[in-house]
Design a protein around this ligand. Structure first.
Ligand code: TEU
Ligand code: CA
Length: 583
């Protein structure tokens, strides 16, 4: 009902605009451009954002209290990592009830308050829908596992044992170990792409698909602004399950290469889109590991099944095999630029749109990943922030990225919290790497790097909690925290605030076309953003050496912003970022 109301309101608004003579170019354009293309999105790792009741765990009230901070950053969409009822085996990515808030994060009333308070500030909430799997504690699964012939017996993926009684196939889950778990009551195995506490839903069953559409609509009716669809490329499985070629000493075969982006997946997603989207202005962004840039047109844009997808090639630039954190590869700046430009090119033809991101809760901090070792973190944070906020697309800031936060390097594996970090560590030892090598890999790639508490102040526990934080605070919080950075005009935080403002004042940074300059340049990432009225030229030195470039691209251009004290056309200081404009 509420939903119908909001649809009627939307139609009325459009009518009013038309009647009010909204036929000028500006008004028409605004109508055509969905709100989420002109905003900045921010990812909140709820557990680590802000704790208000001293239990050491971030909560929804903590987010509501921080909305003004986010507003100043120009944030219009807040992606919350899952805060539904969950046993927290994978920090909420194992959902036991899609219709309830986990008590550790608060109540449904807290959520309603957050949605409404955010709304007052022009910020929409984006929910994380984990639909490839549920928790094994979800009543759906509890029923499914209880017998071979109950109403939900076919809601998950069950198979008989292989002839020798073992797992049906040799598939390795994404977090390591067999992707199959035996259930003695049914005498069968169930499939889990991730942890064994995360059984995969059977999307072939129309009742499952209907149940998931209902979940999404429940949240649409609550007034959320969009969805992030977790691990969405895995929902469709191949018709026949066959062994893959063993790819490591454990004789298993990684499930990703065998099931990601299986043909037929788009039919499922189109049905989902039709069941949830019509008449709303919400957006959907899919986490789509395994979709190549060439396939983007089917996923996003005109006829796409989503508004945007996270295409993650660039965050795997140093990691050829996601399972093996010890096997890294060297990469070059032209390669990195090519990855960004490839998705830009593909979406241009389809009028598609991309989320721009360098970090998320599964990835190490970008300063450590993309910049040379020893790079000045403040200059580096500004350089990467410039890329993030001036590329074509909707920027997704990972909490703390705007403060230039960096990785942690705890001494012992026991200090880590992330379940996948343990699995990667054990996998490395199994492959014959030494403990030192395995720990070095953990330092470099652990998901905990970006999951440490957000640093608010230089006070105890960085102002995150009055209790004991569930995960240690990064030891650098005395210098790097929101309060100190706010007071320092040269901080990464103030650079982000300045950029956010610049974006809103220079439309070419929002809707302008993207054209890369000097693709072969080994130090500088340079591109233009041009619309009918203006052209911005952005040049970013990603190295710790000065860099020269041909200043012809800046003819008639005026400097809008430089991260260096002084700047001159034709050269960039180490890690300098500049934005020029030609009118
Ligand atoms: O991640 C799914 C996924 O595919 C990633 O683990 C991917 O392999 C990685 O980002 C590449 O480095 C999602 C969530 O983001 C993650 O936190 C969950 O653990 C996972 O799904 C299971 O729900
Ligand atoms: Ca709390």
């Amino acid at each position: 009902m509420k939903r119908n109301m909001s649809r009627i309101l939307a139609v009325l608004t459009v009518l009013c605009l038309l009647l009010a003579g909204g036929t000028g170019a500006g008004a028409a354009k605004e109508e055509d451009t969905p709100w989420w293309k002109n905003t900045i999105a921010y990812e909140i790792y709820v557990r680590s954002f802000r704790d208000t009741n001293g239990d050491g765990i971030g909560d929804l009230k903590g987010i509501t209290q921080s909305l003004d901070y986010l507003k100043e950053l120009g944030v219009g969409a807040l992606w919350l990592t899952p805060c539904y009822a969950s046993p927290q085996e994978d920090n909420g990515y194992d959902i036991a009830n899609f219709y309830e808030i986990d008590p550790v994060y608060g109540t449904m009333a807290d959520m309603d308050e957050l949605i409404s308070e955010a709304g007052k500030r022009g910020i929409r909430i984006v929910m994380d829908l984990v639909f490839n799997h549920t928790s094994d504690m979800n009543p759906w699964f509890e029923e499914s596992r209880a017998s071979r012939n109950n109403e939900k017996s076919d809601w998950y993926i069950w198979r008989d044992p292989a002839e020798d009684g073992g797992a049906p196939t040799n598939w390795r889950s994404i977090f390591g170990g067999s992707a199959w778990e035996y259930e003695p009551v049914r005498g069968q195995y169930y499939l889990h792409t991730f942890l064994k506490q995360q059984p995969d839903l059977n999307w072939e069953n129309p009742e499952v698909r209907k149940a998931l559409i209902d979940v999404a609509n429940f949240w649409v009716n609550k007034g959320v602004g969009g969805f992030r669809l977790d691990a969405i490329t895995y929902i469709k499985k191949p018709a026949v399950f066959e062994n893959g070629r063993p790819d490591a000493d454990d004789r298993l075969s990684g499930i990703h290469a065998l099931t990601a982006d299986t043909p037929g997946i788009l039919d499922f997603l189109r049905e989902f889109q039709n069941g949830v989207m019509p008449g709303t202005d919400i957006f959907m962004v899919g986490e789509a590991n395994g979709v190549a840039p060439e396939e983007l047109p089917e996923w996003v844009g005109g006829d796409g099944v989503m508004d945007m997808i996270f295409e993650i090639a660039h965050v795997l630039i140093d990691l050829p095999d996601e399972m093996n954190w010890c096997k890294t590869r060297e990469w070059t700046i032209p390669e990195l630029k090519k990855m960004f430009s490839a998705s830009q090119e593909m979406t241009r033809s389809t009028k598609g749109w991309v989320p721009v991101f360098l970090e998320n809760h599964d990835q190490p901090r970008s300063i450590n990943r993309f910049l040379p070792e020893g790079a000045d973190r403040v200059a580096g944070g500004k350089a990467l922030g410039t890329l993030l906020l001036t590329m074509r697309g909707t920027p997704f800031i990972m909490q703390g990225e705007e403060l230039g936060l960096v990785n942690v390097a705890w001494e012992s594996i026991d200090e880590y919290k992330d379940v996948s970090t343990f699995n990667h560590y054990w996998f490395a030892l199994g492959e014959g790497y030494t403990q030192e090598e395995a720990m070095a890999a953990v330092h470099r790639f652990s998901r905990d790097n970006a999951r440490t508490p957000l640093q608010w102040t230089d006070g105890e526990n960085a102002g995150f909690t009055t209790g004991t934080p569930w995960i240690p605070v990064n030891g650098d919080y005395k210098t790097f925290n929101a309060a100190s950075e706010k007071a320092d005009p040269d901080s990464v935080l103030n650079w982000y605030i300045t950029l956010a403002k610049l974006r809103s004042e220079h439309e070419e940074l929002l809707d302008g076309d993207y054209r890369e300059l000097f693709p072969e340049h080994e130090q500088i990432f340079a591109y233009e953003r041009e619309n009918e009225t203006a052209k911005a030229v952005i040049l970013i030195n990603l190295t710790t050496e000065p860099a020269a470039y041909d200043p012809a691209c800046l003819e008639g251009a005026e400097l809008l912003l430089s991260s260096a004290k002084e700047t001159e056309k034709g050269t960039l200081a180490p890690l300098e970022a500049v934005i020029y404009e030609v009118k």
